[in-house]
Ligand binder design. Structure first.
Ligand code: CIR
Length: 253
């Protein structure tokens, strides 16, 4: 069960973050309102939410997921792969010190974004991407194995992060974009397959008894409901414009 979440509000400079999307410039007021709805959804799932103030130095720092990976009682502070986000590790560290007694760090030349790490039961799947290099993935793999977990690496190919294309919805269940469904690394998982027009909804997240899902993807919400999942939909249009989704916006533990 998740008891706590850390989120960070989008800052005044939110719209200056990195994006590959062609959906237009986000509206900050709308983004803040959607962020509040996201916080409400987390609270509905029974999670106590710590809300950090927006940070103007790092426009992408609302995507806190990329800054740390939680491995049981240990937290691993990442080394974000885009240079404009590298300083976010130092930004989140003092916050995490309030919650965790044990802390590790991904170190140079390793880079790793939390968006590339998917935990299912006792296994961590680590995406090799533009943001997470082989060295960063290797460092995380050895940490999680030392802590008693399994780890597999998965090449992401074109696209931002591993979890741009898959999300955990149950004990052993994931939602996954069709082109990844036959990857041998995830063959042991129950895979609910999504077609390319619904790619954005792959980034959904199980939070205790619910799955939080972006609004506007009826095919995916129907599939999840028919498979017995209880879903909470949140409108995230202003985060999609900055390549961010459901999982990116919180650290859960
Ligand atoms: C970035 O490109 O780094 C941000 N604009 C979006 C990060 C999304 N994070 C995630 O998927 N974990």
């Amino acid at each position: 069960m998740f008891e706590k979440a850390i989120v960070r509000k989008p800052s005044e400079r939110y719209t200056e973050g990195i994006t590959t999307s062609t959906l237009g410039v986000p509206n900050l007021e709308k983004a803040l309102a959607q962020h509040n709805q996201y916080i409400d959804a987390l609270k509905k799932c029974g999670v106590k939410v710590t809300v950090l103030e927006g940070n103007n130095q790092f426009p992408d720092s609302t995507f806190v997921e990329d800054e740390a990976v939680i491995v049981g009682k240990l937290v691993v502070v990442t080394r974000p792969g885009n240079p404009s986000r590298a300083g976010e590790a130092a930004l989140i560290t003092p916050v995490l010190e309030n919650f965790f007694e044990r802390m590790e760090q991904i170190t140079s030349p390793g880079t790793l974004d939390g968006g590339d790490v998917m935990e299912v039961g006792s296994t961590f799947f680590i995406g090799l991407s533009e943001r997470t290099n082989g060295e960063g993935a290797k460092q995380l793999k050895s940490i999680v194995e030392r802590e008693g977990y399994h780890a597999f690496m998965i090449p992401v190919g074109t696209g931002l992060h591993l979890k741009t294309f898959m999300g955990v919805v149950g004990e052993n269940d994931i939602v996954v974009l069709d082109r990844f469904q036959d990857r041998p690394e995830i063959s042991g998982l129950n895979r609910l397959v999504v077609s390319p027009e619904n790619t954005y909804a792959c980034n959904c997240r199980r939070v205790n008894n619910n799955v939080i899902l972006p609004a506007g993807f009826p095919a995916v919400s129907t599939m999840l409901t028919e498979n017995g999942f209880s879903i909470l939909e949140v409108e995230l249009s202003e985060f999609q414009k900055m390549d961010g989704g459901i999982s990116c916006l919180s650290l859960l533990f």
